[in-house]
Design a protein around this ligand. Sequence first.
Ligand SMILES: NC(=O)c1ccc[n+]([C@@H]2O[C@H](COP(=O)([O-])OP(=O)(O)OC[C@H]3O[C@@H](n4cnc5c(N)ncnc54)[C@H](O)[C@@H]3O)[C@@H](O)[C@H]2O)c1
Length: 275
Amino acid sequence: MRFAGKTAVVTGGASGIGRATVDLFAAEGATVILGDIDDAGSAIAEASESRVLFRRCDVREEADIKGLMDFAAEKTGGLDIVFNNAGAGGARAKIDEITAAEWDDTMALLLRSVALGIRHAAPHLKARGGGAIVNTSSVSAFHSGYAPTTYSVAKAGVLHLTKIAAADLAQYRIRVNAVAPGFILTNIFTGTLGLSGEDKAKADAMIGQMSMHAQPVARSGSPRDIAEAVAYLASDAAAFVTGTDLLVDGGMLIGPRHSWDPATPGMFDLLAPQP
Ligand SMILES: NC(=O)c1ccc[n+]([C@@H]2O[C@H](COP(=O)([O-])OP(=O)(O)OC[C@H]3O[C@@H](n4cnc5c(N)ncnc54)[C@H](O)[C@@H]3O)[C@@H](O)[C@H]2O)c1
């Protein structure tokens, strides 16, 4: 019961990584305020025996974010933990084709939302005498090729924002860290592509297969894998950890694929004289 008596806000809590984190926080004693644009969060709250409260929130809207943080504090008497996690794939155009509107929309969803989440949580965390913020970044913050261009830039921004916010807020005993997931089985891929019905089912099957072989750890990454890392960063066990990022990717970024995949020849394999 690491979070007994604590109040935690989770954005994007109706699905995937956010949902798994809502469940873990609640199971370990927190009252969780689930903020999401998807009203499916309402059913999760209803089934939770008052451990979870739902508040509709579009993280592209500053008033919604402020409303979410204020609601958490008003309903429970204070705020201790914030997981700025909501997101989607955003614009898919590459840099030579993207429009200003697409860029702005994706940045509002993935980077400005995190800045404003910190901004509007801070007064409540200060009033509590401290707290913990965790932001969702991605492996795509480190290298190209894992996600669309604007998404990757926004997620790199989340890492730097995490450091700067950690410095700004340390004097108030507020810790700020990021989690950087690898390939995690959620709805984000089919959602970004706008797939539904049979097309979604087919894509989900393909994604499931791909995810087992995309990294050195030979299994799919699950939302729970990320929730466990978020719970650590939010807990008192991480009391001396701030301004950092925790990569949870099954080793995806260890190095080039030939360094860990026996089926992929590297340069020395290819150049070595054949027997
Ligand atoms: N799944 C992965 O492989 C992966 C990898 C790296 C990072 N991430 C990041 O993890 C986070 C969670 O994604 P997920 O994989 O669990 O996807 P998901 O689609 O399962 O969940 C995302 C949630 O965010 C909500 N959401 C989307 N737009 C919103 C908005 N404007 N306002 C409020 N809520 C909104 C959705 O309704 C959904 O409940 C995202 O920030 C994503 O970029 C995911």
